[in-house]
Ligand binder design. Structure first.
Ligand SMILES: Nc1ncnc2c1ncn2[C@@H]1O[C@H](COP(=O)(O)OP(=O)(O)OP(=O)(O)O)[C@@H](O)[C@H]1O
Ligand SMILES: [Mg+2]
Length: 254
């Protein structure tokens, strides 16, 4: 059963860039709902505006016109200061490039977003341990980023994005820099947290990554050009899901 409680809603969202005096419209009058508990995947060709959309939805970048309601609040009207707090509280973000802090160990990296929150230290510490345990990373706790594999680093980045219990976890090509076995580990983490009820919005061009989602959106010419509903990920159905997705993309000339 799909959950139909909207957690992000855009209203005539537009995002343009000015390049050499020319206005370049990337996202065009978009009305979009993202639903709570969904693992939403955004696909589309390179340059179609996937990252731009993700940055607009998550408040990482300012929109040009229109509204973005995140958990009921219009983030386009927020001051920079309020937005910073709002982001910390409601949003987790995982990037393609691994962006751990090099001079902090694994534990300190996951801890870092909790600085300046009013949370209890002991509780946070226990939670970091349980996240590390859950994603099979407990032995890496004291290691520094350079001592980890790419896949391990990305799993730590996910732990860090989850530590403040975000309403939504955003991820832009989280497996883009990984080989397939490292990527699979990271995708298993995404499937696991989705199973636990976490709302996820992920951009990817990878079929295997995309079929972990239950709702796939295809972005073209600044608009959503079709969506595919796959239901909740089941490992046994992986082949069938990939096939459905492949046809969906093929129909769109991907
Ligand atoms: N800061 C910027 N200034 C000017 N143009 C930009 C800026 N950011 C993105 N663009 C343009 O917007 C378009 C969409 O870029 P975006 O990065 O969102 O694409 P994408 O779908 O994520 O592509 P990829 O799959 O290659 O990551 C591109 O034409 C890009 O050149
Ligand atoms: Mg991109």
């Amino acid at each position: 059963m799909e959950n139909r409680n909207s957690i992000i809603r855009t209203e005539v969202l537009c995002k343009s860039f000015l390049v050499d005096g020319e206005v370049n419209n990337i996202i065009k009058n978009m009305d979009l709902d993202i639903y709570e508990g969904d693992f939403t995947v955004i696909m589309g060709s390179s340059g179609s505006g996937k990252s731009t959309l993700l940055y607009s939805l998550s408040g990482m970048d300012q929109v040009t016109t229109g509204k973005v309601l995140l958990d009921g609040e219009d983030i386009t009207k927020m001051s920079e200061k309020k937005m910073a707090g709002f982001r910390k509280e409601k949003i987790g973000f995982v990037f393609q490039g691994i962006n751990l802090i090099p001079n902090l160990n694994v534990y300190e990296n996951i801890l870092s977003p909790t600085y300046k929150t009013k949370r209890n230290k002991k509780e946070i510490e226990e939670e970091i341990d349980s996240l590390l345990e859950r994603f099979d990373m407990a032995e890496q706790k004291k290691k520094f980023p350079t001592q980890l594999s790419g896949g391990q680093r990305q799993r730590i980045a996910i732990c860090r994005a989850l530590i403040n219990h975000p309403k939504i976890l955003f991820a832009d090509e989280p497996t883009g820099a990984l080989n397939s076995s490292q990527g699979k580990h990271v995708l298993d983490v995404f499937s696991q947290i989705h199973q636990d009820g976490q709302s996820v919005v992920m951009v990817t061009h990878d079929l295997k990554a995309a079929c972990r989602g239950n709702r796939i959106l295809f972005l073209r010419d600044g608009r959503i050009d079709g969506e595919l509903h796959l239901g909740r990920y089941q490992k046994e159905e992986e082949k069938d899901r990939e096939e459905q997705l492949y046809h969906f993309l093929q129909e769109r000339g991907w």
